[in-house]
Design a protein around this ligand. Structure first.
Ligand code: ZN
Length: 408
């Protein structure tokens, strides 16, 4: 389990790059600020709430706190709502609070998991982060939400699946800790989309047939031609817009996108395992979190290793289905067919799909004021392929390179 600072953003860099290329000067400015936020964030990491304080919450309790950054770029901001406080009337604050609650309840009531770390980790969120910041992210210890620019993007707390997505990055971090690169990175993204979606479906009481299977519906304004950021049911169809470009997600391994951008296309190739999950859930019917979700969760927590491939994910979910429901169960058959639909043949009993025996760390409270685990120093900035809007000076160019490297 790693507690490395990362920036797992909901809006992938390719969308912002399109905006940088084709947007109006103001939109380019928004895209630029949003893309380079990791550089700002890095400088502020030292001011974050020490994880010791975060982790000290007694187990077994839901504990949410929401901070308001007041449109500044500092974290965490001013405390505006704590667990049990009544609604404050600010939509972003109350949505962040309620969304974290829905995610917490989902993990506890459906999967028996007490918060992201399984031990009641406090759920911290900051709203109104930055000026016109068009993104939301999990930074390794808390949620951060921007207000959007109002022109193309609305506030990011609007979408419950976005909140669920980002918090699930926390769960992944504490479990398989999938490396945020290539196929394991796409799996990391996919688990976040899958459970983000299931959290929304459960809150809405929707079956697999009733759900829209979209991620981030409602984030785009009417100015954008698109329904959402991604579609698990039909990857590649969520948006097609003159400014933001077209949803680039593949739905089959034959269309796997080889790219150096976006950590090897983690937000692009996640379409493949996303589609596999949808196919499994559609075959099983009913509430997708009850069986398909449980199978995926068991694979994530018990079987996957940090560098898992799509093939290993297929094998792991099949093994989980067999373990939970039996070899000849409809669930195991649905998993086989779901992966086959995206071009992957799930295999049983092959080497790396075997059960992971990872000793769980004993609950330890780190010394006061000290974060648990060393903070990883980010690598050197790489030359970015982003051209800053006219008038930008060179120092920010390195920021783009760093954004490239960061876990986006
Ligand atoms: Zn993500």
């Amino acid at each position: 389990m790693g507690l490395r600072p990362c920036l797992c953003t909901i809006l992938p860099p390719h969308v912002l790059r399109e905006l940088l290329r084709r947007g109006t000067p103001r939109q380019q400015d928004v895209a630029w600020r949003t893309l380079t936020v990791s550089e700002r964030f890095r400088g502020e990491r030292a001011t974050l709430t020490p994880l010791a304080a975060v982790a000290a919450t007694p187990a077994g309790r839901k504990h949410r706190t929401v901070y308001d950054a007041g449109r500044a770029w500092h974290l965490p901001g001013r405390l505006v709502r704590s667990e049990g406080d009544p609604a404050v009337g600010d939509p972003a604050t109350d949505e962040a609070y309620d969304g974290a609650g829905a995610a917490y309840d989902f993990y506890l009531e459906v999967l028996g998991r007490n918060s992201l770390d399984g031990r009641g980790l406090r759920l911290d969120a900051t709203v109104h982060y930055g000026r016109d910041y068009a993104n939301a992210f999990w930074n390794g210890r808390q949620m951060v939400y921007g207000d959007g620019d109002g022109e193309l993007f609305r506030r990011f707390t609007l979408a419950l699946d976005v909140i669920g997505h980002e918090l699930t990055h926390g769960v992944v971090q504490f479990e398989a800790d999938l490396e945020y690169e290539g196929q394991s990175g796409a799996l990391n993204e996919s688990f976040a989309d899958v459970f983000g979606s299931l959290i929304k479906q459960r809150a809405l009481g929707q079956t697999a047939e009733e759900a829209d299977w979209l991620v981030g519906a409602g984030l785009f304004t009417e100015a954008v031609r698109g329904r959402a950021l991604r579609s698990l049911k039909e990857p590649g169809t969520a948006y097609d817009d003159p400014v933001l470009g077209r949803d680039p997600q593949p739905a089959h391994v034959r269309d796997y996108v080889e790219t150096e951008e976006d950590n090897g296309g983690v937000h692009i190739n996640s379409g493949i395992p996303n589609k596999a999950f949808y196919e499994v859930a559609a075959r099983l019917g009913g509430f997708a979190w009850e069986r398909a979700g449980r199978i995926w969760y068991q694979a994530l927590t018990e079987r996957l290793s940090r560098r898992a491939t799509f093939q290993e994910a297929a094998d792991a979910t099949l093994a989980a289905a067999v373990e939970l429901y039996g070899l000849r169960s409809p669930e195991a058959q649905a998993v086989r067919e779901g992966w086959a639909a995206v071009g992957i043949r799930a295999r049983r009993g092959l080497g790396r799909g075997r059960r992971r025996r990872r000793p769980r760390a004993a609950p330890v409270t780190p010394p006061a004021g000290r974060a648990r685990g060393p903070a990883r120093t980010p690598g050197p900035a790489r030359a970015g392929s982003v051209t800053p809007p006219a008038g930008r000076t060179s120092p920010t160019t390195t920021a783009a390179g760093s954004a490239d490297r960061a876990k986006l």
